[in-house]
Design a protein around this ligand. Structure first.
Ligand SMILES: Cc1ncc(COP(=O)(O)O)c(C=O)c1O
Length: 385
């Protein structure tokens, strides 16, 4: 269902596949039988399960990860034209959300070894006479970013932090010696439940916050800005969107939450086997993903860097010929036509450009066999050597 790059025969080893079964089919039928399709018991249950998983934060389910980011930005009530820092190497959703909110984006470079936004560049930016009003910190591919050095300077400067945890449900990072769930540290956290994520609702997302007024505002803006009085009569407190998650989508989410621990174990296992099988290919210039101490990623994607002389697009095409799904993992956004006028912090964003050329997501279908891992390894060895 999720295809890799290029064309030709469909991959025998798909890039990814959601884990779905009978329980999801039953849950959908039950919602249809109930006749209640929007903003009901399933959405409430899904939000409750997410909140329980995320240390009790306020959870507002919505229609996509990008909608979650739009809500998060709107919740901050920044003046139009405020600057918001975004990593230069990522999916376009966070940057689009910033630009479409009427804000000024500042693209910041990433570390090629870990794909995360450069904390040193952000600290320089926070020291500027006109620092950004907010930072979007992405837990890229589920690998937790480095929030610890940013929290105090951001707090002191009154700069908000939005964690883009679209890929990071189940990931943890270390903060003041404690493991905390990715998405729960900043002022707001955003999740996606697109089919490439660990659990899926088809399309879907959630905004979370420990600050009750922010979570309440996200709930208000998700539903046209409607408030109801005790009689159930509606009035509009302010202009909002329809970013609701349907009951059908939420019912999938309720079942999927039950699967999360199993999926997390499966991804850890695949990552461990990939790391060991691919280690000898470092000799041919393959760079393996690095997880710094104290972080526990969910391995939403297993992203390697192929040698620059080959490039991720070409390697993906060659894997595709061997019926192996893979894809360039994300884009260097400053090199995309849509964003040519966006400010680049520090001028050239070499780390992001390198990741854009060389970052490749390898297939991680559920319960990948040793044989499939060997197939990918052998194919990569043949392409790289
Ligand atoms: C880092 C990041 N942020 C945001 C999104 C947007 O999520 P959605 O596709 O649910 O809108 C994605 C989607 O892949 C993503 O990878």
């Amino acid at each position: 269902m999720v295809s890799g790059a290029g064309s030709g025969r469909p991959p025998v080893i798909p890039l990814a596949r959601p884990v779905l079964g009978e329980s999801e089919a039953r849950a959908l039928t039950e919602v249809l039988d109930s006749g209640w399709l929007v903003q009901g018991e399933q959405v409430r249950q899904f939000e409750g399960l997410l909140s329980a998983r995320l240390d009790g934060v306020g959870c507002v389910a919505c229609s996509s990860g990008t909608a979650a980011l739009q809500l998060a930005i709107a919740c901050l009530q920044l003046s139009p034209g405020s600057r918001i820092a975004v990593p230069a190497y990522t999916f376009a959703g966070p940057l689009n959300a910033v630009l479409l909110a009427g804000m000024e984006a500042v693209l910041v470079d990433v570390e090629p070894e870990t794909f995360k936004i450069r904390a040193d560049s952000l600290l320089e930016l926070l020291d500027e006479p006109k620092p950004p009003a907010a930072l979007i910190i992405i837990h890229q591919f589920g690998l937790p970013a480095d929030l610890q050095p940013l929290l105090e300077p951001a707090r002191t400067g009154g700069v908000a932090i939005i964690e883009d945890a679209a890929c990071a449900l189940g990931s943890h990072l270390q903060l003041n010696g404690k493991q905390v769930a990715a998405g729960t540290v900043g002022d707001l956290g955003c999740f996606s439940f697109h089919p490439r994520k660990l659990i899926t609702t088809g399309e879907g997302g959630a905004v979370v916050s420990r600050q009750q007024q922010l979570a309440e505002r996200a709930a208000l803006l998700r539903n046209h800005g409607i408030v109801r009085d005790e009689q159930g009569l509606t009035s509009y407190a302010e202009a909002g969107w329809n970013f609701r998650l349907s009951e059908l989508h939420a019912a999938l989410g309720v079942i999927q939450m039950d699967r999360l621990d199993g999926i997390l174990r499966d991804r850890q296992d695949v990552a461990k086997r990939y790391l060991s099988a691919l280690a000898p290919l470092q000799e041919f210039g393959l760079q393996l993903p690095q997880v710094p101490d104290g972080r526990h990623g969910n391995w939403q994607s297993f992203v390697v860097r192929v040698p620059d002389r080959l490039g991720a697009k070409a390697v993906a095409a060659k894997l595709r010929q061997r019926q192996i799904g893979s894809t360039p993992a994300a884009q260097a956004l400053h090199l995309q036509p849509a964003y040519k006028n966006v400010e680049c912090w520090g001028g050239s964003l070499d780390g992001a450009a390198l990741c854009g050329r060389t970052g490749l997501a390898l297939p991680t279908p559920p319960q990948m066999s040793d044989q499939q891992i060997d197939q990918v390894t052998e194919a990569l060895q043949a392409i790289l050597s």
